[in-house]
Ligand binder design. Structure first.
Ligand code: SF4
Length: 429
């Protein structure tokens, strides 16, 4: 039996074009699913490829890992497969959240622990047994299976492997799909398994968890075991990273190779944070900026991600963000438009209020406004959003941040590539 495991192409709002060709991460899902493909099945993995370059005719079944921004492409692939007459298995956030819609495209695996159901489905297909309409994957597998990174085709000049230490999240941000996939599940993988996995990646990798340092005992032990591997890595964090009680973690992390942090500052005002339900991120903004400065002083690159579009956001919010960029030592900043992904509390709220303005899933990538704003007209919002990018990528700001960056080459390269991509986006509007 020949099986294709596919993560369809999604349009990125921020990282694309030259930047994506230069350096990028591959999807973390597919390498975690491959260990569940039963022996004897001849499989191939396709990640982020144009639909036309996926030869479905060569396979007896396909599995699609579907997030919302890739859903349109997933549907095109599923229809092609149905036309040929081969079974389609759909999983991921979009398939889980939009189950009633998605089941017309194939067998749906709901939930974030898709490996065991995939194994069961493929075993049944091999034996010619019928399949259910859907399978649930809301409980975690009993044993960790090391991801098969070797199946990911090298596509970028400077490739960064995604590494995940956690499943689920203890927090409950109302725009986030993690709860859709994992409910209230939250646990760390065993440290020895993580170290074994990291030994298989190249020199650079990225911890994709939002909460790497949530369990400080776990995180500090991980850092100690990571240090001898001599890798360089990045992580993403909520604003509590750098709190007094996290200082020892940051020191150990630097020794273990931490060289870049992405800080998610979901809202910049008390009211927007409250709206986001991001209870853990309520450090006052000045405190966060001080923490960022301390971490940056160690020689760690900092990128801040801002989110705009909350009901409480007004034109003053954009002024405030611009002011924060000026005051901060961060090497770069990016701007996301709040996006109501299906399955989230935000989506349910806006749908109930009849405020969702498009169900074109390709627009759900944090670069488009997909719902009616409460705080200002769409045109004003988009104008301020685009001006924020323009300001952030102005030559004077690129010069300033590159000069103070712990890694000027990366900072400059990334900014010029982003500037180029933003120009392309604006020309398309
Ligand atoms: S902290 Fe991150 S992963 Fe957790 S709920 Fe919030 S956005 Fe989602």
């Amino acid at each position: 039996m020949r099986f294709a495991l596919i993560a369809p192409k999604a349009e990125s709002a921020i990282y694309d074009g030259h930047l994506k060709k230069l350096f990028n991460m591959y999807t973390t899902t597919l390498p975690h699913l491959v260990p569940y493909i039963p022996k004897g099945i001849d499989f191939k993995v396709f990640s982020g490829r144009e639909n036309n370059n996926i030869p479905l005719e060569e396979f007896d079944a396909i599995g699609i890992s579907e997030n919302t921004s890739a859903a349109n492409n997933a549907h095109i692939l599923a229809k092609r497969a149905q036309k040929i007459g081969i079974p389609v298995i759909l999983g991921g956030t979009h398939a889980t959240a939009m189950f009633e819609e998605e089941k017309k495209y194939g067998v749906v695996v709901r939930g974030g622990h898709g490996g065991p159901p995939l194994e069961m489905i493929l075993n049944r297909l091999q034996k010619g047994l019928p399949l259910e309409e859907h399978y649930d994957a809301f409980t975690s597998p009993t044993k960790f299976r090391s991801p098969r990174r070797d199946v990911m085709k090298k596509r970028f000049a400077y490739e960064i492997a995604p590494v995940s230490t956690t499943v689920g999240c203890p927090w409950n941000c109302n725009y986030c799909s993690v709860k859709t996939l994992y409910g209230n599940t939250f646990f760390h993988y065993p440290i020895d398994e993580i170290i074994k996995d990291i030994k298989t990646v190249g020199k650079h990798f990225f911890f994709v968890d939002d909460n790497l340092s949530y369990d400080q005992i776990y995180a500090e032990e991980l850092m100690k075991q990571l240090t001898p591997l001599n890798k360089k890595w990045a992580m993403q964090a909520v604003s509590s990273l750098g709190n007094k009680e996290q200082e020892s973690f940051v020191d150990l992390a630097y020794d273990a190779g931490l060289r870049a942090v992405y800080f998610g500052l979901d809202g910049v005002t008390e009211s927007s944070l409250k709206e986001a339900g991001a209870g853990h991120k309520r450090n006052p903004i000045q405190k966060t900026l001080d923490q960022i400065a301390r971490i940056h002083d160690k020689g760690i690159l900092i990128e801040i991600g801002f989110v705009v579009g909350y009901d409480h956001d007004t034109e003053e919010t954009f002024d405030l963000i611009q002011n924060l960029i000026d005051k901060s030592v961060a090497d770069s900043a990016i701007f996301h438009i709040l996006t109501p992904y299906p399955g989230t509390a935000l989506f349910n709220k806006l749908k109930k209020q009849n405020r969702i303005t498009t169900f074109d899933w390709s627009k759900y990538n944090t670069g488009n406004l997909t719902f009616e704003l409460a705080g200002m007209p769409k045109q004003v919002f988009m104008d301020r959003y685009n001006r924020l990018w323009e300001y952030n990528l102005s030559i004077s700001r690129i010069w300033k941040t590159t000069r103070s960056s712990p890694n000027p080459i990366i900072t400059l390269g990334k900014k010029l590539a982003t500037k180029n991509y933003r120009r392309k986006i604006l020309n398309q509007v």
